[in-house]
Design a binder for this molecule. Structure first.
Ligand SMILES: *[C@@H]1O[C@H](CO)[C@@H](O)[C@H](O)[C@H]1NC(C)=O
Ligand SMILES: *[C@@H]1O[C@H](CO)[C@@H](O)[C@H](O)[C@H]1NC(C)=O
Ligand SMILES: *[C@@H]1O[C@H](CO)[C@@H](O)[C@H](O)[C@H]1NC(C)=O
Ligand SMILES: *[C@@H]1O[C@H](CO)[C@@H](O)[C@H](O)[C@H]1NC(C)=O
Ligand SMILES: *[C@@H]1O[C@H](CO)[C@@H](O)[C@H](O)[C@H]1NC(C)=O
Ligand SMILES: *[C@@H]1O[C@H](CO)[C@@H](O)[C@H](O)[C@H]1NC(C)=O
Ligand SMILES: *[C@@H]1O[C@H](CO)[C@@H](O)[C@H](O)[C@H]1NC(C)=O
Ligand SMILES: *[C@H]1O[C@@H](CO)[C@H](O)[C@@H](O)[C@@H]1NC(C)=O
Length: 720
């Protein structure tokens, strides 16, 4: 509050100060002289001064103020001065009118002839442009001339009573005549003459007049007025009747600061005026105009800034043109020229943004394995689609844990069943690496015994893989669930073993580049609706480049299936898969979970694999089989497979057979078995046709069920 009041007070004082300064600067008298500024109604600006020559520029500009009259009259000699103009270099003064009147008999009744004026020693002249000599009368001669008789000039007006009535309002030539003034006239005599001494005109037009007057003179007004004794003339003045000085600002020559000197057009001499952008009395000195304060005179539509002698005016933003003249809005061309680029750059910006987004998407796509999938006929699923298919990953749709995530069952709108592999979102970087690896591998595989990838979803932070749904669960489940009938026959076991081997062989030898699965185990083998095995989960798999035989990796895989050589060296080779496959074969044959320890008669805990190997040596294989062996020929096959498994399980990888050898052997056995089976079947048919013998179904080998149960109790401590 106090601040505000103080501020207002300060403003008030400032305004007062400014107005007093303005008053001082607008004062046209010699500063500090105490000279009178006004005489009566007339303002007397410097260089003129009243009475005291000290108040004027010099004696030539000193005027008398006659105080006998009321109001006082400003006099220059005998002439009353009405107006003094610095701008025009002129003054308006009264001048006597010459007058003669007659009685109509040739006698003059009144006379005021031969008025004269000498502007004298002062640098004054009658204005040749504004003044005229006007003669009024019907028997009239009017002369004007230099008092020393160096020139005479005049006009004649003769008229009759009738003609004189024609026009009285203007000087048209009847009853009135006019002549202009010559330049540089400093003094003159006015003289009236009559040709006929008003013998004929005295009655209707008794008086003649000779009037020197400026353009303000009006005949009608003159005729009507009572006082016809004087008229107003314009007298011009110059500071000095000399050439413009070289330095006009020097006070000696009469001009003040910031002025320019200019010549009078009426004879010799110069006057002063303010330089453009300055104002004031040029004989006192001009000051800079703050043009920005006078918006009417100094047009500015924009931002006005005063400069010494000038000002600048910038059009407001969004306008163009000269702010001092006028600022205009944008033309269409300007709009195109100015707004166009803005719109253009905005569009370009948007395009760049879109391009960046596309690139980022592309990058994500590439990062997420899109590059690999580009040529595959995989479908890109939306996140929402998969959420819907899996009922938002509901517990009831949970299938199990895969290499690096959970697997959920889903049903697409077209009733296609899918398995969605959803990474656990704990370690994004690791998950993305794993994902890429798995992507890289599954995208290269097309084999009937390998789970097919249907598509993927790259929208989510961690990508999702969509596999075909394999309906009958894992091999592990069927091996270890005693209620499952699937693996109760050798034929099934052999078939599945052959199928797994075929898939692994494909990985190792047919896929390009070769793939090491790295995590072969029964829970990674799925059975479809026809109990055909399909290898799944490539989270631990690696691609082997042609010049690589082994791949040093972080040890991963599943306890019980891990190649001991790999464990020791850290080098994952194709033979590691062979070992793991051997373990799966053991699992398949014995129904015991790998990694389990057996407690045989010796009471010494030994690994199932060792137990299995010793069983082969002891020829006690039959006791540990998990299925019924139909006959001796089947047992032979089992023994061959067991032997094959023992080969696979050799501790030295180089001594293990290749997956190709294993696969071929199993295929051979499978075909053999099928042939045998077909043969037996046909035999059986024969038997059925002949004597109804059922020896083909005779039980030759009985699995040791007790052993199984004891195994199972032990196995509970283990998980995949
Ligand atoms: C003198 O003339 C100016 C402009 O024509 C006018 O503004 C001013 O009032 C005049 N002064 C007198 C005393 O007639
Ligand atoms: C002013 O008056 C004085 C005397 O009263 C006279 O001497 C002087 O010439 C006059 N000046 C003018 C300019 O009329
Ligand atoms: C100055 O001259 C202009 C035209 O020439 C005129 O209109 C104006 O009234 C004059 N000013 C004075 C004070 O005589
Ligand atoms: C007065 O004017 C006349 C005529 O121009 C000039 O000769 C004379 O020097 C002037 N007087 C002064 C003091 O300037
Ligand atoms: C002009 O008038 C004056 C005064 O009346 C007179 O003395 C002078 O002779 C006149 N000059 C002429 C040329 O008429
Ligand atoms: C008389 O006339 C001559 C020009 O013919 C001029 O030079 C001179 O100044 C004049 N004298 C007067 C007193 O007017
Ligand atoms: C001369 O001018 C003054 C001021 O402009 C005016 O008052 C006066 O009436 C005028 N005189 C004549 C005769 O026009
Ligand atoms: C004019 O008037 C007549 C008569 O009215 C006189 O006779 C003249 O003498 C007179 N003339 C002059 C010049 O006065």
């Amino acid at each position: 509050m106090i601040n505000k009041v103080a501020k207002k007070m300060w403003m008030l004082r400032l305004m007062l100060l400014l107005s007093s300064l303005a008053a001082a600067s607008s004062s046209n008298v010699k500063p500090g002289s105490g000279c009178q500024e006004k005489c009566g109604l007339v303002t007397v600006p410097y260089p003129f001064g009243i009475d005291d020559p000290m108040c004027a520029l010099n004696r030539n500009f000193s005027l008398n103020c006659s105080r006998r009259d009321s109001p006082p009259k400003l006099m220059i000699g005998d002439l009353e001065v009405f107006n003094l103009s610095i701008e025009n270099g002129s003054m308006i003064a009264s001048f006597f009118t010459a007058r003669r009147c007659y009685d109509g008999l040739g006698n003059r009744t009144s006379d005021y002839n031969n008025p004269y004026v000498k502007l004298g020693y002062r640098p004054l002249r009658f204005s040749d442009t504004r003044n005229k000599l006007t003669a009024i009368g019907c028997d009239t001669l009017a002369y004007m001339g230099d008092p020393n008789g160096s020139f005479w000039t005049g006009c004649v007006s003769i008229c009759t009573k009738e003609s004189a009535k024609l026009d009285k309002s203007s000087c048209s030539g009847i009853g009135c005549c006019q002549i202009p003034l010559p330049k540089s006239l400093k003094s003159l005599n006015l003289t009236l003459r009559s040709i006929y001494d008003h013998e004929y005109t005295g009655k209707f037009m008794p008086c003649d007049y000779a009037i020197l007057a400026d353009e303000t003179f009006n005949i009608a007004e003159f005729q009507a007025s009572e006082d016809k004794s004087s008229s107003n003339v314009t007298i011009e003045w110059v500071v000095k009747e000399k050439k413009c000085p070289d330095d006009p600002n020097s006070k000696v020559y009469g001009c003040g600061d910031n002025t320019a000197c200019y010549y009078s057009e009426n004879g010799q001499g110069y006057r002063c005026r303010c330089k453009p952008g300055f104002q004031g009395n040029p004989y006192l000195g001009c000051v800079d105009i703050d043009e920005c304060l006078d918006k009417e005179k100094y047009h500015c539509e924009g931002k006005c800034k005063n400069t010494i002698g000038s000002y600048t005016c910038d059009c407001p933003i969004g306008m163009y043109g000269n702010g001092k003249v006028d600022c205009r809005g944008f033309r269409i061309a300007t709009i195109i020229g100015v707004i166009g680029p803005v719109i253009f750059s905005v569009i370009v910006g948007i395009l760049i943004f879109i391009a960046c987004m596309e690139r980022r998407k592309q990058k994500n796509f590439l990062k997420n394995g899109g590059e690999i999938l580009k040529h595959q006929s995989v479908r890109i699923f939306s996140a929402a689609e998969l959420v819907k298919a899996t009922k938002n990953y509901d517990e009831s749709h949970f299938l199990g844990e895969g290499g690096f995530g959970s697997v959920y069952k889903g049903v697409l709108p077209d009733n296609t069943q899918i398995a969605v592999k959803k990474p656990k979102e704990s370690d994004k970087i690791r998950i993305n690496q794993e994902f890429q690896k798995e992507m890289g591998i599954v995208s290269r595989i097309n084999h009937k015994n390998v789970v097919k990838i249907l598509g993927l979803c790259l929208q989510t932070k961690v990508p999702l893989l969509v596999y075909e749904f394999v309906s009958n669960g894992t091999l592990s489940h069927h091996i270890h669930d005693k209620s499952s009938p699937v693996l109760r026959t050798w034929k099934m076991c052999l078939g599945i073993a052959a199928e797994i081997a075929s898939a692994l062989d494909y990985f190792h030898s047919l896929a390009s580049p070769p793939i090491i699965h790295g995590d072969v185990k029964s829970s990674n083998i799925l059975l479809d609706d026809k109990y055909i095995a399909k290898v799944a989960d490539f989270g631990a798999s690696v691609l082997i480049s042609p010049d690589q035989a082994a791949m040093a990796t972080k040890i991963q895989g599943t306890f019980g299936y891990l190649d001991p050589e790999y464990l020791m060296t850290g080098n994952l080779t194709e033979k590691s898969d062979v070992y793991s496959f051997g373990v799966v074969l053991v699992e398949l044959l014995t129904g015991v979970k790998p990694g389990s320890h057996m407690t045989p008669a010796s009471n010494e805990k030994i690994n199932i694999v060792q137990y299995f190997l010793s069983s082969i040596e002891n020829n006690s294989l039959r006791q540990i089989l998990s299925f019924r062996v139909a006959d001796e020929s089947e047992l032979e096959e089992v023994e061959i497979v067991a032997e094959l498994a023992s080969e696979c399980l050799r501790s030295s990888g180089s001594k293990r057979p290749t997956m190709k050898q294993v696969s071929e052997e199993l295929d051979r056995l499978k075909r053999l078995h099928e042939n045998l089976w077909a043969q037996e079947n046909s035999e059986e048919t024969e038997h059925l046709l002949g004597e109804s013998s059922t020896h083909a179904t005779a039980v030759i080998a009985q699995p040791n069920t007790q052993t199984f149960e004891s195994f199972d109790i032990e196995n509970y401590g283990y998980s995949m």
